[in-house]
Design a protein around this ligand. Structure first.
Ligand SMILES: C[S@@+](CC[C@H](N)C(=O)[O-])C[C@H]1O[C@@H](n2cnc3c(N)ncnc32)[C@H](O)[C@@H]1O
Length: 279
């Protein structure tokens, strides 16, 4: 990260003026880019709008803004993303954890019994598993992914945060043995023909796209989960904004009870869940 250069190298552009020039980018992204380049926090950017930017800093900012205009997520440029109050390392090998996924964490925590086991399928950066384990040291949390590179990122996050999670490489349940009180998953669920995908080109496509109009992985997880759940165990899955009804139907068809969906802050049914009771 660049340090402030000598006065001789400084240009007449101030941070306030520079932000004003980026009319097509969110103001917050611009402020955060300034934080990264100047090595200061946001309060400092807001408190000192007349700080002059050097030529080198302007060049570095150009790189950030042109990347953002190409839909490179801010988190890939900074290398980190906050999730559930945890600072997570992210790289293009993992999906950038989204704030709406915190609903899955919140719902799982409300159902998790004391000293119980929880499984997070398709953990990516480790976001969901680490958030839950950070809240509940009594829980035994296992997290899997089919991508070895994603698991490396997740393990590094667990180490840096000092949180214990058991990581395992697996295609959904394939390499797993045992049963869990709770299984959570935010699997790929985007229809390959979804026009929004072009804005997500920088993220791993295998983390986003699923066949059968986005339902293939959800269907596989729902179909196999009962064999890996304790009696009265819960499966909670995140899905697309328009998939709640189909996912509830899949859960009910597979014999889950108390099937319901929860809405996110935007009032969208974002996760669905059900309980499996052995006959
Ligand atoms: C939508 S991302 C979710 C990542 C993370 N849980 C989160 O919420 O930020 C889906 C994850 O599932 C993983 N995945 C895709 N197919 C898989 C499979 N067949 N078995 C296990 N994991 C898979 C991807 O590598 C990716 O990390």
């Amino acid at each position: 990260m660049a340090k402030l250069n000598s006065e001789a190298n400084e240009q007449a552009v101030t941070t306030r003026q520079w932000i004003g020039l980026q009319t097509d980018l969110p103001r917050l992204d611009c402020e955060l880019a300034l934080c990264q380049i100047l090595g200061v926090n946001r309060a400092s950017i807001l408190a000192q709008p007349e700080r002059a930017l050097s030529l080198l800093q302007l060049e570095e900012l150009d790189y950030w803004t042109s990347s953002l205009r190409k839909d490179i997520p801010f988190a890939y440029l900074s290398g980190e993303q906050e999730f559930w109050g945890l600072s997570l390392n992210v790289s293009p090998d993992v999906l950038v954890p989204r704030p709406e996924t915190e609903l899955l964490v919140e719902s799982a925590l409300s159902l998790l019994k004391r000293n119980a086991q929880l499984l997070d399928l398709g953990t990516g950066s480790g976001a969901i598993a680490l958030a839950i384990a950070s809240e509940r040291q009594d829980a035994q949390v296992t997290a899997t992914d089919v991508s070895a590179k994603a698991l490396q990122v997740a393990k590094q996050n667990a180490e840096q945060l000092g949180i214990t999670v058991n990581f395992q490489e697996s295609h959904w349940f394939k390499n797993l043995g045992g049963t869990w009180q709770i299984i959570v998953s935010n699997p790929p669920y985007i229809d390959p023909d979804d026009p929004h995908l072009k804005h997500l080109h920088a993220e791993p496509q295998h983390a986003l796209i699923a066949g059968e109009k986005g339902l293939a992985d959800l269907r596989e997880i729902i179909s196999e989960a009962p064999a890996y759940l304790n009696n009265k165990g819960w499966l909670l899955v995140e899905h697309g904004y328009d998939q709640a009804e189909q996912v509830r139907h899949l859960l009910e068809q597979r014999g889950f009870q108390a099937v319901t969906s929860h809405k996110d802050l935007a009032n969208i049914e974002r996760i669905s869940l059900g309980q499996y009771i052995y006959e």
